[in-house]
Design a binder for this molecule. Sequence first.
Ligand code: GLN
Length: 304
Amino acid sequence: MNYKDLFAEIAVQAAQIENLGEVAAYIPELQRVDPLKFGIHLTTLENENFGVGDYQEKFSIQSIAKVLSLTLAFDLEDDKLWRRVDVEPSGTPFNSLVQLEYEKGIPRNPLINAGALVICDILVSRLKNPKREFIEFVRKIAGNQAINYCQRTADSEKSTGYKNAALINLMKSYGNIHNDIDVVLDFYFHLCSIEMSCQELSQHFLFLAAGGINPLNNEKVISASKSKRINAIMQLCGFYDEAGEFSFRVGLPGKSGVGGGIVAIHPGQYSVAVWSPKLNQKGNSYKGMKILEFFTTRSESSIF
Ligand code: GLN
């Protein structure tokens, strides 16, 4: 595939797609972002790199970080993890409380807020200094020391995080949260506040395209079997109640965040990240999804 030519086409396409949707407003800090920002970056297993637009600008990766917390918790807990969180698509919004009562505090999957909060609880139990050890784990994956939390975003989310507080309290009542809820929430808000650029994201997530090993520095992040399973969870659960739509239109495992970022993986080939802050009604980047659909259609590189 001649990605260079395709990326030139993507630049034209991106300018033509209407910038519909709304920037996330429920986290005040996210509203400060310029809604016209757009970037995309592809990294292949052979370390070819292609980018267009604001692909070097850092943004709030939000729920994309849930894939990284899942990776660390799965590595530490093995299959014990699945006693506390399931691997089924939710079909409900990312912050929904509805299923949680029916299912007695066991979240549908680790990529919705409830599931990510359980993962955070597990990491709080497992790590001596969760915030520090987690960011060190993230930095080590791609050998990138420049990755950090954004304190302003974490504080901003904390000040309005009523739904997350409701979710964690409900799970605590069912015995599925073992630590102090304020400690777990603080860790969760920090991991959502991590900032990366599209370029950093696509390089970072390459380990999931390469059986758990980052080919850029030969760093083993997770076993091949676990890497495969994380991809399976992303395929079915990475876009909440729009996971079917993303599979149908883009055809890759992926994960979105309310900062407007999306990362998608083609196992054995590449990792691609896109950023456009305006979200559709399901909380996924409007233009980001359209551009990824264009990308996998033109490159004929969906996994199906
Ligand atoms: N920090 C956000 C929240 O908890 C993450 C949601 C998302 O990116 N979908 O609401």
